[in-house]
Design a protein around this ligand. Structure first.
Ligand SMILES: C[S@@+](CC[C@H](N)C(=O)[O-])C[C@H]1O[C@@H](n2cnc3c(N)ncnc32)[C@H](O)[C@@H]1O
Length: 293
């Protein structure tokens, strides 16, 4: 485990993490998601119940910083400790923080949250875990750890996705309608095996870890490409990554249709479509550590 600070100049050495392969190509998707869903993240942060503005915040499984940057925007006095297993994601997060002029308010910590012991992470009043807990082998143990790390009375926000976003209309593409759904269906068995906590109800897990759940909400997202820059690029990056996963699982006709969509110069390129949208769902839980626990 290595702690780095944006000003320190030292960088953690790459290490082999079991999830490393799964993260290949993930950075770009996280950046695209952060760009297109920036307002949604800001809205979730605004919605959180709180007592006083937090000074120390923890972003667990921070990725390339979607949550970290939204939290820094919302709480201008706060410092965020951003934790992730991926050296590359943390590097990207530091670059983004520098570009926004907030690097001095972020520390990055490379750590595996499945490890039995965590590095010292301060005593945050607010912890944030977005699309991260379902990646852990033992998220219940991690939740108990977050409970102990938080300041008494501190808040944990858990944000999770019902599944991967969809981009194409259900009847697309014209020659192979329903292709996107079939791609996701093909990966389902593998995902269920490798990410068994995906789609869990985190409410009871939070209570079992000692938290009191103060708020819960579901946000349905439907952002049409016509209104937003970045949707096409997000769709392309996400379907390119999906292509790697389904290469050996799809019938050849579907794979050919997918390749036509991913051919940036071709007439059927996804980049030429005007009917794209980001359709997804975010579930949020706000959970408090008791003042005397
Ligand atoms: C889907 S991404 C979410 C990133 C970010 N929170 C966001 O909302 O954009 C999941 C993140 O969890 C990290 N992760 C997965 N397993 C982890 C582990 N055992 N310890 C620390 N980080 C982990 C991944 O590297 C990745 O950055």
């Amino acid at each position: 485990m290595t702690r780095t600070h944006p000003d320190s100049g030292d960088r953690p050495a790459p290490h082999d993490h079991p999830d490393q392969h799964a993260r290949h190509g993930q950075g770009e998707i996280l950046d695209r998601d952060a760009e297109v869903l920036a307002e949604i993240n800001a809205d979730i942060v605004r919605w959180l119940p709180r007592q006083a503005a937090p000074r120390q915040i923890l972003d667990l499984g921070c990725g390339t910083g979607a949550g970290t940057l939204a939290l820094l925007d919302r709480f201008p006095e706060a410092h965020v400790t951003a934790v992730d297993a991926s050296v590359e994601h943390l590097q990207r997060l530091r670059e983004k923080a520098s570009a926004r002029g907030v690097a001095a308010r972020v520390s990055t910590v490379q750590a595996d949250l499945d490890d039995l012991s965590w590095p010292h992470l301060g005593t945050p009043e607010l912890a944030w875990a977005s699309a991260a807990l379902h990646h852990l082998v033992d998220p219940d143990r991690a939740l108990r750890r977050v409970h102990d790390v938080l300041a008494p009375g501190g808040l944990l926000a858990v944000v999770e996705l019902a599944g991967f976003p969809r981009f194409l209309p259900e009847d697309a593409p014209e020659d192979r309608p329903g292709l996107e759904e079939r791609c996701h269906a093909a990966t389902e068995r593998d995902l269920a095996e490798h990410l068994p906590h995906r789609g869990a109800d985190w409410g009871p897990k939070l209570v079992a870890a000692g938290f009191a759940v103060e708020g819960e909400r579901t946000i349905t997202v439907n952002i049409e490409a016509s209104g937003r820059a970045g949707v096409g690029a997000y769709a392309l990056a996400a379907l390119q990554r999906l292509r790697h996963r389904v290469a050996d699982l799809l019938p050849p006709e579907d794979l050919t249709a997918l390749d036509r969509l991913l051919d940036a110069d071709g007439p059927h390129s996804i980049a030429r479509r005007h009917d794209l949208a980001v359709r997804t769902e975010r579930r949020v839980w706000a959970a408090r550590r008791g003042a005397n626990t």
